[in-house]
Design a protein around this ligand. Structure first.
Ligand SMILES: Nc1ncnc2c1ncn2[C@@H]1O[C@H](COP(=O)(O)OP(=O)(O)O)[C@@H](O)[C@H]1O
Ligand SMILES: CC(=O)OP(=O)(O)O
Ligand SMILES: [Mg+2]
Length: 409
């Protein structure tokens, strides 16, 4: 009789209207399948599944309504099964889940049980776009494989090292403590992975480098990482604070919220929707995709240009702020959809910062590549790097380390 050692991990990254997933073999971090379900809940849902477990296997795409995250995960399970990678496989060691808000309690990856789920549920008001989808992902995966460990990896965990001076808001301490109001920060899995990869790119140990990480996706956040430890980040109690995002305002005078309620007759929920879903780039110019905004700018569209300028202005302010927080900066790393792909964003964000030791090589900056790379000139004091993030790989590593630490021996 042969026994199979379970070394595979399925990672589910459930967003408000999408699920990204990867099935990995942790013996060599190889991917067996990757995919995405997007526009969940709409008529035009789309599932793109790429099997990577055999030569010549082709990407498959399905369009048509997928009602909710539960249906999406079942569709993913069917796609995996069609490639002989079904969830019933004895080689599957665990399922890892991105969970966005872990509050004060979850500072490390956690095995999910009912009590942990209840705590993630309690945090829904501070991550209303994300935690509900994460919970559905966990419940559905558990129903499909009740015997497997389900591991939650929290976006907030990497930021729990922030000093109180960075994490606390300057409001009444009793009110803040009673309601656990503080800056938690998000995208931590990405900030952790990218800051480490940046050190590697520089040929140094993470302990020896100070990095500003700019995670610019649809949601966007900056972090200041000193010697591998997060000391400040731009998102706060919720993922609304900080940079200008696809649909979120980022930093704003909080008085705007009560002014709109008192003067414009909006409810708290109306303001929430306005700031989370109808602001940022989409609120400014009607588009939240940087590709479309650049296209419009090339055609001379002034609204798109102003939206871009506001986005860059905020980004620059955070670069300056985190430069001051860190004192010495070895690298600035751009990551996620915009950071990895939009050369004009990188160029504009560091333009004029030569006095801070920042200088891009404009040719290197234009090169398209999926590899980590340096795009600054050789004589620049601060390296500018493009470092593709890989939240799924990082979640898989943390998942196997907790669920089956001896499986890779
Ligand atoms: N080639 C590109 N050029 C410019 N921006 C891009 C490109 N590809 C993707 N993006 C931007 O990346 C965003 C998605 O980033 P991503 O990190 O996948 O976000 P999320 O994880 O929040 O869904 C898109 O909304 C788009 O603005
Ligand atoms: C926390 C957050 O903003 O995540 P995303 O960018 O996936 O929306
Ligand atoms: Mg993302």
């Amino acid at each position: 009789m042969t026994t199979t050692t379970a070394t595979r991990v399925l990672v589910l990254n459930s967003g408000s209207s999408s699920v990204k997933y990867q099935l990995l073999d942790m013996r060599d971090d190889s991917r067996l399948a990757v995919g995405l379900v997007e526009r969940i809940g709409e008529e035009t849902s789309r599932l793109v599944h790429t099997p990577l477990n055999r030569e010549g296997a082709e990407q498959r795409e399905r369009t048509g309504p997928i009602a909710d995250h539960e249906a999406a995960l079942k569709a993913v399970a069917d796609e995996l099964a069609a490639d002989g990678l079904g969830l019933d496989s004895p080689e599957l060691a665990a399922i890892g889940h991105r969970v966005v808000h872990g509050g004060l309690r979850f500072t490390a990856p956690t095995v999910v049980d009912e009590e942990v789920l209840a705590e993630i549920e309690r945090l829904v008001p501070v991550a209303p776009l994300h935690n509900p989808a994460n919970i559905t992902g966990i419940r559905t995966a558990r129903a499909l494989r009740p015997d497997l460990p389900q591991i939650a990896v929290f976006d907030t965990a990497f930021h729990t090292t922030m000093p109180e001076s960075a994490a606390r808001y300057a409001i009444d301490t009793e009110v803040a403590d009673a309601h656990r109001i503080r800056r938690y920060g998000f995208h931590g899995t990405s900030h952790a992975y990218v800051s480490r990869e940046t050190a590697r790119l520089l040929g140094k140990a993470p302990e020896d480098v100070n990095v500003i990480v700019l995670h610019l996706g649809n949601g966007a956040s900056a972090s200041a990482v000193r010697g591998g430890v997060c000391v400040d980040t731009s998102m706060g109690l919720t993922p609304l604070e900080g940079l200008v995002m696809g649909t979120r305002s980022g930093d704003i005078d909080p008085a705007v919220a009560f002014h709109l309620q008192r003067v414009a007759g909006m409810s708290a929920d109306d303001v929430d929707v306005l700031l989370n879903k109808k602001s940022g780039l989409i609120g400014l110019c009607g588009d939240n995709d940087m590709r479309e905004i650049r296209r419009r700018i090339d055609e001379g569209d002034e609204r798109a240009q102003l939206a871009f300028d506001i986005y860059i202005h905020r980004l620059k302010k955070y670069i300056g702020a985190y430069y001051a927080v860190l004192g010495r900066v070895d690298a600035i790393a751009f990551t996620a959809g915009v950071g990895e792909n939009a050369a004009p964003v990188r160029q504009a964000a560091v333009a004029g910062l030569e006095e801070l030791g920042l200088a891009l090589d404009s040719e290197l900056n234009e090169v398209r590549s999926g590899e980590p790379r340096i795009v600054s000139t050789p004589y620049a004091r601060v390296a500018v790097a493009v470092v593709p993030t890989d939240e799924e790989l990082e979640i898989a590593r943390q998942t196997i380390a907790l669920a089956a630490p001896n499986s890779l021996d």
